[in-house]
Ligand binder design. Structure first.
Ligand SMILES: NC(=O)c1ccc[n+]([C@@H]2O[C@H](COP(=O)([O-])OP(=O)(O)OC[C@H]3O[C@@H](n4cnc5c(N)ncnc54)[C@H](O)[C@@H]3O)[C@@H](O)[C@H]2O)c1
Ligand SMILES: [Zn+2]
Length: 367
């Protein structure tokens, strides 16, 4: 797009767009590790049905770690040159000419999964598994920049009582809420394998959603301690299988009612299913590095358990449930969101997350 046509496009908007046409951003500058900070990225121009958002804070996700490290998944999926990042809170700066619902000035987050709403699942209430999903910061420009554009349908107005720091991480919190609600935890014993960012969020969400006893596993002692602080009755080191017998013994000798697999570690799935009772429900969120092996005969078929694949957040049922849980005051997120860094310190921010020193790390992008 030429500078003249960009200016013309901006002028048709209902907007308080400042004069500048460039922004600070982190881009995937080459097919290799790390990101690059640039201060002259062209500011995105919203289409008629889009919203331009001035980003205030953005969360660094495990997915951003894959993009930073440029592993096989990232190399096969991420277009070189995009602005990355998909978890954020900001303020609407401008709206396209066909947008009627939202106005500049509104504080918002957004669902990062974008669909055309034309396929079978989108039209039957399951847009989170639409066949044409494109993800902000993965398939198209994301929020590690001063501005991001999303379709009007993806905007989530943030309730005034939810602080920016929390509003910046609604995306992973929504993963936890989706998993917990899909499995159904009320008055049930719950086993969570992997208490990283989303697993820890799932501990506090499950507790708020009326779970009975929560058992957790993680290889990291700091995360195990936090899982207990947030409400797990016990948190085990999974490197010794003995914990499985302890969980089964504690649950009528049969195993937990519900398994939430949130590690993406191959051994954790077989362990978790072994700790689940016959007829229990397993909700699988963790993504494995590749194809995995486990004894499906004894751990799924003869057990008669229900296995649920969990992808993203339900649009927008999960978002309403998440808001209600946040407004209830029952979620404890302060210990999970451990660090904040200005955008320019993106390297330190990513290293803090990757080293395990930080859990959820947030970038401060705009004022
Ligand atoms: N399905 C989806 O829509 C979706 C969305 C976001 C993330 N994910 C996936 O969910 C998983 C969790 O994401 P996250 O952001 O919380 O990642 P994370 O890295 O913060 O958490 C993973 C945790 O698993 C722990 N772990 C490692 N090996 C383990 C083992 N053998 N047993 C138990 N715990 C073990 C790690 O110590 C860590 O605390 C990842 O695999 C991620 O890719 C899936
Ligand atoms: Zn994320």
């Amino acid at each position: 797009m030429t500078t003249a046509s960009r200016r013309a496009a901006i002028e048709v908007l209902t907007t308080n767009t400042p004069d500048t046409h460039t922004m600070r951003a982190l881009i995937k500058h080459h097919a290799g590790p790390e990101l690059q900070f640039v201060s002259d990225r062209p500011k995105p121009v919203p289409g008629p049905r889009d919203v331009l958002i001035r980003v205030k804070k953005a969360g660094i996700c495990g997915t951003d770690r894959h993009i930073w490290e440029w592993d096989a998944w990232a190399a096969g999926r991420i277009p070189v040159g995009i602005v990355t990042g998909h978890e954020f809170v900001g303020t609407i700066e401008a709206v396209g000419s066909a947008v009627s619902k939202y106005q500049p000035g509104l504080r918002v987050s957004a669902e990062g999964h974008i669909t055309s709403w034309t396929d079978y699942n989108s039209r039957t209430g399951n847009a989170h598994i639409a066949s044409d999903t494109r993800i902000v910061g993965i398939d198209r420009d994301g929020c590690f920049g001063e501005y991001v554009v999303v379709p009007e349908e993806n905007v989530w107005p943030v309730h005034a009582s939810i602080p920016d720091k929390v509003a910046a991480v609604l995306d992973p919190l929504g993963n936890a809420v989706h998993t917990v609600m899909a499995a159904g935890v009320s008055a049930k014993s719950v086993l969570i394998t992997g208490t990283g960012i989303i697993g820890l969020m799932a501990v506090t969400v499950a507790k708020a959603a009326g779970a009975g006893r929560i058992f957790a596993t993680d290889v990291d002692p700091k995360r195990r301690a936090l899982a207990k602080k947030l409400g797990a009755v016990e948190a085990f080191d999974p490197r010794n299988d003995a914990w499985i017998a302890e969980v089964r013994k504690a649950c009528r000798g049969e195993g937990a009612d519900v398994l939430l697999e949130m590690s993406g570690a191959e051994p954790a799935l077989a362990q978790g299913l072994a700790g689940l009772r016959n007829g229990g429900t397993a909700a699988l969120l963790g993504l494995f590095k590749g194809p995995i092996k486990f004894d499906i005969n004894s751990l799924v078929i003869f057990k008669g358990c229900t296995v649920l694949g969990i992808n993203g957040r339900k649009m927008f049922e999960t978002w309403y449930q998440m808001e209600e849980l946040l407004l209830s005051g029952k979620l404890e997120l302060d210990d999970i969101i451990t660090h904040e860094f200005p955008l320019e310190q993106f390297k330190k921010a990513h290293e803090t997350m990757i080293s395990g020193e930080g859990i959820k790390v947030v970038l401060n992008i705009g004022g």
